[in-house]
Write a new protein. Sequence first.
Lengths: 163, 118
Amino acid sequence: MAMSSKPDAEIRQSPAEMDGNKRSFVTKKRCLLFVGAVVIVLGLALGLGLGIGLRNGGNSEDPLQSTKTPVSWRRDPQEYVLSSSFDIHAPNTTRTYTLNLTEIPNGAPDGVSRRLLLINGAFPGPAIEANEGDRLVVHVNNLMTIPSAIHWHGQYQNGAFSA
Amino acid sequence: MVHFLLEFVLNSGTNYMDGTYGITQCSIAPNQSFTYNFTLQQSGTYWYHAHYATTYQDGLFGPLIIHGRNEPTYKVSGDFIVMLHDWYHDFSTDLLPAFFAAGNAGVEPVPDNGLING
């Protein structure tokens, strides 16, 4: 009896006490797991957030509402909104434009990278707006590695031979 | 429809897709310039585009808006240009050999996408 008294004493705990110890151990483990999970989730969120954020140049604006150009070669959509201040009744005049043709190896209008040809550094080309009867003078500088020519689709060229 | 480029006359009715590759000589060589100078004799919503091979498919095009002399002034909140165009993921001239291959019967390469204003 005496020999077994010590173990007995050790074992002699109320069932509630035993349960409590076990519970606190399990709670500790759960707590650690929970903290670990939170750290991992926060880490992933931070990493992803930073990654996506930096990739978008830190621009968190709604792309549908934004009028800024997210990529340098993408023409500002605002350029295709005709200005109400353009005088469609103005006397005929000469309108002069310069078109610089360049190329980049990695344009991606729809997300797929490819060789892209640009006019004045952007795609598509700038809007040319004029009145019927105006003279159009367009300086085209071919800065690409391939030949080019600009065609004025559908335009009569009566009398333009002298050029 | 008559298509003239200033230094070269395209035949009456020549379609911009038809037969210009390797035939059209009206090119501005790399690092060269050319000035187009002509009077607009029509009005309407047009476009301009490169006429060397098929390079207009690769980005060289833009809107050409010519207001008519009798154009009414509409009360609108905005006047927007919308260009719908086919889009390929390959440089256009890379697609031509298959297009011109014997037995192809003129079937154009199927575009990879369709874009609005690029």
